[in-house]
Design a binder for this molecule. Sequence first.
Ligand code: HEM
Length: 490
Amino acid sequence: MWWLLVLLVTCLFYYSRNRLKYFSSRGVCTLPPVPLLGNLTAVTFGRENFVEAIAAGYDAFKDQRYFGLYQYLVPTLIPRDPELIRQIMVRDFNSFADRGVHIDADCDPLFGRNLIMLTGSKWRSMRASLSPAFSGARCRSMAPLMAESACAVIAYLREKISGEEAMDINKITMSYVNDVIASCAFGFAVDSLKDPDNCIFRLGKKAVVQDTNQVMKFFGYENMKSIMKFLQVKIIPTQDAEQFSQLFKSALKARRENLVKPRPDFIQILVDAAQEFTDDDLVAQAVLFYVAGYDTTANLIYYFLYEMAINPRVQEKLHEELDGLPPDEDIEDLYEAVQGLEYLDMCVNEVLRLWPLVGSADRRSVATYDFGPTYPGSKDRLMAPAGIHVWLPIYSIHRDETYWPKPHDCIPERFSKDRKADIVPYTYMPFGNGPRHCIGSRFAVLAAKVFLVKFLRSYKTRADRASPHLSPRAFILRPRDGYLLYVTPR
Ligand code: HEM
């Protein structure tokens, strides 16, 4: 039997060596890959976040328009030139309409049906049906629901904190965002700080589990889809999927039968508008809030409070702006009040530049594509058949000093009215770009701002030291060293 194993390993090794010549044989720069693991050795062994693997190539090939990276054996192209990024995301969207990872509904019925995974005409019609749920008008009507959840957090903190206190910020941001999603998407009012055992919080936390195992499942689907399908590997375990399904279907039924008063929430949009979809399709879109919106929004709030903690002058300036607001009870239109806070908006933009929670967006070509010369004037150019994977290097480009002087410093003034126009197009895209940009960006930013206004009017944050390292065990950006900040009442 041993000879069979030797034969298998030898074949794999040679197959791998040939696959790993894809870029070099076409004149495209790439860091030296390792057999079978490509350029993801440190990611696989939990030593770095995958945006750091992208950054290594991005920083090494400064004069190139694009470079190559191997996700294990899959050649993946990373564009560096903002104009090429525009072409891929916007101008030639029809050639890049799909994402790199694709999980079928027959393999994972809940995850495979959500908007992120859909392709072709199904994606187009679902995107069109869901878009009104995220319009400015809808978000405005959700602002009071968000404020209720933020007030519950402040009430909890008033009981807990009298002087400076070291706090696990993750605990309050996860509870807040869970309550906002429960309220705005599912139509349930919950207070997860008072009642951490509520079923929606328990399920939500499970849906966003990000550990090496979960990260590997996504890479598995991107690299060896047929094997993952054969093994029926699921992103959301069956039991959790069924519980989510029951919860959401009972909420849908109650709305349809007018058992509860209509509320300005996501579920009402689905009840009113989306006749052409099955209930299973609708459940998958509600779960989307957890899959795409929970961890990202909660970590945005954390990174914001962290940047305030290590940049006291920025925090002071923001406090001055917030102190100019009338008392809570005199604010008639919270949405308008929040939208009018210019410096808060500049700070949110800057935090999203430093910490774009989704550090890379993915695409897969659906037609042959000419990526043009590898650098201006080069004779080498990549003409790739359909199926080439592309990772858009959001995190790297946001910290590229060509476009952002002092790229690691928090300078909200970069986003002032006068200076905004200087930003080079396609060098700032925390929510992606083009027709597949993040559908929930407005919702996420508003939810974060409502929380931050309530929180920072009453508290300030401080940190002992900067802790800029990223957790290697997550797809999104998360702090490696935990969420501890000092919080003091003002
Ligand atoms: C701070 C919070 C968030 C950040 C930084 C973020 C960022 C992103 C990015 C970078 C993409 C990829 C865009 C592209 O490929 O061009 C994306 C896609 C997406 N996001 Fe968000 N997101 C956030 C919150 C949310 C929320 C609250 C939702 C609500 C449901 C959401 C739903 C989605 C969906 C559905 C997609 C896929 C869209 C499609 O393929 O058509 N996101 N997000």
